[in-house]
Design a protein around this ligand. Sequence first.
Ligand SMILES: *Cc1c(COP(=O)(O)O)cnc(C)c1O
Length: 423
Amino acid sequence: MTLTEKDSQYLWHPYTQHKTSQTPIAISRGEGALLWDENNKEYIDAIASWWVNPFGHSNKFIADAIYKQLTTLEHVLFGGFTHEPAIKVAEKLMEILPKNQQKIFFSDNGSTAVEVAIKVALQYFFNKGEKRTTIIAFENAFHGDTFAAMAASGISFYTQAFQGMFIDVVRIPVPVKGQEEASFDALKNVIENHNCAGFIFEPLVQGAAGMVMYEPEALAKLIEICKEHNVLTIADEVMTGFGKTGKTFAMDYVDENPDMICLSKALTGGTIPMAITTFTQEVFDAFYDDDINKALFHGHTFTANPTGCAAALASIDLLQTNEMQANIARINKSHLEFQSKIENHPKVVTARTLGVIFAVEIKSEAEESYYGSMRTKLYNFFIDKGVVLRPVGNIVYILPPYIMTDVQLQKVYKTIEEAIVMV
Ligand SMILES: *Cc1c(COP(=O)(O)O)cnc(C)c1O
């Protein structure tokens, strides 16, 4: 049996209708921005394997750090114990995060980073004896697949089977260009009419919605409105963090600071699953009490796994090198050139770029659904050409590893241009 045949016998894949989906491709190795399947066909990984892999596959520097940690202390429970790798990650993050972030809490994926933030927002008011139970989120947001994260997510087919079983979430429109006032007004209206505990948002770029972008000034205004009403703000930087937007964090573009930040995906350079939620001292202090009931009773077995911490430290070291910063700037410049080249194409609705993130919306006759026919046609075309891209409906986006070469990048652009003509 081939790997693919064995796979279909045993495995259940994410976001997959196994009856109608195509068989998965078995990847046997990766290096830099490239992947090879079991038949040795080569693919360019143009979406950094779901946005986790900025420094390339099988990165030796991170692998060495992981090996060293594995043979020193692979894991120890974090209840009642601590260790240097966790402390070093905290110190490093304090250097690079917005200055008001003072405490960090470890978990192991983006959804749990969000879950922790939402639970903290709700318990913060519980601990203060204030009844605030509503969470505010954007339309078409994506914050993950655990229950509170799912409740905050606004993409309906991810969540429709569970409607009626969620915590209270009220949605406001995204302040895309021209719609800012509607978003501000909606926020004020929600705050006036509900007991709001927190506002969670993907800063500047909504990833899963199809790389929908909005301006830092609009986000600053929304945060300001929340602050006026003592509503806690949660920046979900799970996708945008660690250089994707051209700065270390998307919040680095924004004049207001959030109360909490969620991190995962590129945190460990796409090696070991790990996540972090960060907090202001003020949030932490609402749980700091002689009364044990005010503690945050939340934890995961693999909390602060030392090996994950070592991977995170090595990744942040790589991100901070001049070489990596130059790569990010190079890709951004290249994206902008490609954008101006194709945005006037008759089959293009719009194109947009922020940092290494590029998206182009292709004209379609029908309203394109997330996993609609145009999406399938595009996806298959890209795979056939040896380029890994996962369109969202009629939106094709690129989120390359920062080490992708110019030659590889040009091949990705060329393939997208061909696809636009083809569909
Ligand atoms: C991917 C993502 C999540 C969920 O992370 P997982 O590790 O898949 O659970 C949460 N928020 C945002 C913005 C994401 O892009």
